[in-house]
Structures are given as C-alpha cells and as structure tokens.
Design a protein around this ligand. Structure first.
Ligand code: PLP
Ligand code: 3DJ
Length: 411
C-alpha cells in the first residue's frame, strides 16, 4: 500500500514537538539549518544571562560562589548533560573546550596503558581531534604515534598495540554515524580504551555511554545543546576508570581540596579532576538554562522527528528535480546523524545564495553543502520553504553571480 503523502502543514499539526520552537528566540523570516554548528538562543538562556550578570555577579559578588552554587556548577551541568548521553551521575563534568579536554583524556588514557604507544583515529576526523594528538605526540617523543583507520571497517583494523581509539561518532562532513556499541566492544576485545567525540551527537539523538561500556567521551554544547558560542564543553570518564585516571593539566580546581591551598598537587579521585582553572561561570550558567529545554522531551522523540524532517527534505528535493543536480554524500538514514551532506562543485556559492534568501546552512570544503536538522525548532513548513528557495537558486543558476562566489566567510 502506498504511504499517504501529507502536506508540510499537516505534518506540523501532527508533530509532538511543534510547540518547542517557542522556547527559542529565532529571527523572523529565517530557516535555520545550521544548528549542527551553532544552536540558536533559547529564551531561558537569555533570561539567565541577565540574571547571572546583574543579580548573581552584580549583587551577589563573591558570595555567589556559594549562594548560587557557582562552585558546583561544573558538576551540576555535567550531570544534566550526562542525562542526555546515557551517563549516570558523577561521570560527566562541564569544562573547557573539546580540544583541551581531548588533551587531558588522551594523556590520562596513555598513562593507563604504558605498554602501548599508538593512538588510532580516522583521517577524516574533525581536524582539532587530530591536531591535539599531533601536539601531544610532539611532547611525548618518538615512541608514540598516530595511526589512521578506515572509517568503513574500523573493527578489522584494531590491533593490540593500540592504546586508545579516538573516534567522532558522527562525521562532521558526511554525517556518517559509527556504531558505538559494536566498535567499543571490538576495541575492548583487543584491550583498547575508547574515546568518543560527541560533538554531533549530544542533544541530537539518544547516546548510551554507560550501556555501551564506553571508557571516555568529550563533546561540545554549542551545537545541538544550544549553549551559545564558545559554551563550555564536557568530559565523560567512566566510573570504573576514575581511581586510576590522572590528567596532566593539574590546575587547582581539579585538586581534591582546592581551598586548602596546599603546595602539593593531589588530583581529585573523580571526574572533577578534569577541572583545571576557574570555570567560566557566565557561559556555564547560560548553558545550564539552555539545557532545561530538554527537560520534557525525549531524545528518542527528537531523533524520530529528525528522521522525518530529513525524509521530507529529500522527498521535496526529489519532487523539485534537485537530486539530479546534487549528489547525496551522507549514508542512509539509519547510518547518519542529524544532518545531510550534498556535494556540488558550486556548493560554496549555492550556500551563500541560500543564506541571502534567509536559509542558513553551511559549506564544508571542498564541495559540501551541509544541512543540519535540529527538531526542537524546525518545522516541516521550514523545510518546504528551504527546498523551494534552493530550487529557485538552482533553476536560476544564481550561484554563478560574482557576489556569491567570492569567498569571504570563515565558517
Ligand atoms: C567533531 C568535532 N570535534 C571538535 C570540534 C571543536 O572543538 P572545540 O570545542 O575545541 O572548538 C568540532 C567543531 O567545532 C567538531 O565538529
Ligand atoms: N566551533 C565553531 C566555531 O567556533 C566557529 C565556527 C564553527 C564552529 C563549528 O562548530 C564547526 C563545526 N564543528 C563543524 O562541524 O563544522
């Protein structure tokens, strides 16, 4: 039997998440398809920014470290994030950036595995992940090395000289999603520790770190978690590793008793050891409020809507003849994250022309038009509008205009 075809309006009426967009402050006449790079502003975050600056800082001054729990914020927010990535309390801490957190975790993991000297990753991993390994190897000397594994068949390339397998669950360009459960299991069979980067996973679909027996994870909060530009990142250290875990950025906030001001470092025996210097309370407090958007929605519902939005985009694009003009480089729906990647020689100019029409997506070199689907604030009508404007751009060949071809933007 043929599936009944619903209009965008009908799909919006049936959408259980349809009211969630009201939790965000979104500009008018804009379709935002770039929440996989920077999430939009939640209204609660705006309110919190005002409160943390004017009330907590302005009036509470230093007393707010206690009165407003600033001192515990990294754990409070860490546990909130933990709830969204399948981690029981006491295993996630909010701090620093992914890059810095990778340095800490990689160093600690190598120390836990002194007889092994190889860090394995994919060549198409997000560059900062690779760069941080390169910097660390430079420090450690020539005994240590990086080894690239092919994303398509990671399990068969795992050997027992690898100390850590560092993977990003969803490829930032193609959207390819790795099987966390089976890869972690295969790595463990070879005695390899796993480190997962959840930049494109957290807040996008259910992640089950504890259930998958993951060792370590990092992630950012400015994408699907809508924490704001430069919002603090997070680290997950599985409970079973916390007693042996020793990271080298031994700042006072990671000390077991920072306010004893002892001259000797004694790292806290918990995930808290990952704190280094004073946390950026304003950004973390804004993130804390942003996370409340997730309080009454399940990641399963978010994932289901994402899949429907993506399917609707593809169906509309097909109907408009766009699929003859672009090639989809993302894998099928079950093997990709909440994004679609289309390859086109003029992808940069197409993206600029789309932005000029009020549809914000992004371009990833060399030739990818990347579309992020964030179900908390995107409607099916938004998708219909986005495809209609892309169709116009393609039919009129607007990407040939000089104004769209000149490379000006950095993101
Ligand atoms: C997979 C992945 N890892 C890391 C980063 C960036 O890390 P950082 O928070 O250190 O800027 C990004 C994007 O910016 C990313 O897509
Ligand atoms: N972190 C970013 C930034 O500071 C500026 C502009 C973009 C970003 C990004 O998040 C890029 C993103 N990780 C990506 O997948 O392309």
């Amino acid at each position: 039997m043929m599936n009944k075809v619903f209009s965008a309006e009908q799909l919006d009426i049936k959408d259980p998440l349809r009211d969630k967009a009201q939790a965000f402050s979104l500009p008018a006449n804009t379709v935002y398809l770039d929440g996989n790079s920077l999430g939009p502003l939640p209204k609660a975050a705006k309110q919190q920014a005002d409160d943390v600056v004017n009330e907590q800082w302005g009036k509470g001054l230093i007393t707010s470290w206690n009165k407003h729990q600033w001192i515990h914020l990294p754990q409070i927010v860490g546990d909130k994030i933990g709830g969204l990535i399948g981690a029981k309390s006491g295993q996630v801490i909010c701090c620093d950036s992914i890059s810095i957190n990778l340095f800490k975790v990689l160093s600690a993991a190598l120390k836990m595995h002194p007889s092994r000297k190889v860090i394995a990753t994919t060549r198409d991993n997000f560059p900062t992940d690779i760069y941080m390994v390169q910097g660390l190897l430079d420090l450690l000397g020539s005994d240590y090395s990086i080894r690239y594994v092919d994303e398509a068949c990671i399990g068969s390339q795992l050997t027992d000289d690898i100390a850590v397998l560092m993977l990003t669950q969803v490829n930032f360009r193609s959207g390819n999603k790795l099987d966390m459960q089976s890869i972690t299991e295969q790595a463990h069979q070879k005695g390899i520790l796993t480190l997962w980067d959840l930049a494109h996973s957290a807040g996008a679909f259910p992640v089950s770190l504890d259930a998958c027996n993951v060792d370590f994870a990092v992630g950012c909060t400015y994408k699907y978690l809508n924490g704001g530009p430069g919002a603090p990142a997070f680290i997950y250290v599985a409970k079973r590793h916390q007693a042996q875990y020793q990271q080298p950025l031994s700042g006072w906030m990671g000390h077991s008793s920072p306010f004893s001001f002892s001259p000797d470092y004694a790292g806290d025996n918990s995930v808290k050891q990952n704190l280094c210097g004073t946390p950026g309370i304003i950004g973390m407090s804004i993130l804390d409020a942003a996370l409340d958007v997730f309080e009454d929605v399940s990641l399963k519902a978010i994932d289901e809507k994402s899949k429907k939005l993506q399917a609707f985009f593809i169906a509309e694009a097909k109907r408009a003849g766009l699929l003859e003009k672009f090639s989809i480089v993302s894998p099928n729906i079950d093997n990709r994250g909440s994004q679609l990647a289309f390859a086109h020689d003029h992808a940069y100019a197409i993206c600029q022309a789309w932005i000029a029409e009020g549809v914000i997506a992004d371009f990833r070199a060399p030739n990818i038009l990347r579309i992020g689907f964030a179900p908390l604030y995107l409607s099916f009508v938004d998708i219909e509008k986005a495809v209609a404007s892309l169709t116009k751009i393609m039919n009129e060949k607007r990407y040939e205009n000089d104004e769209f071809q000149q490379r000006q933007s950095v993101t």
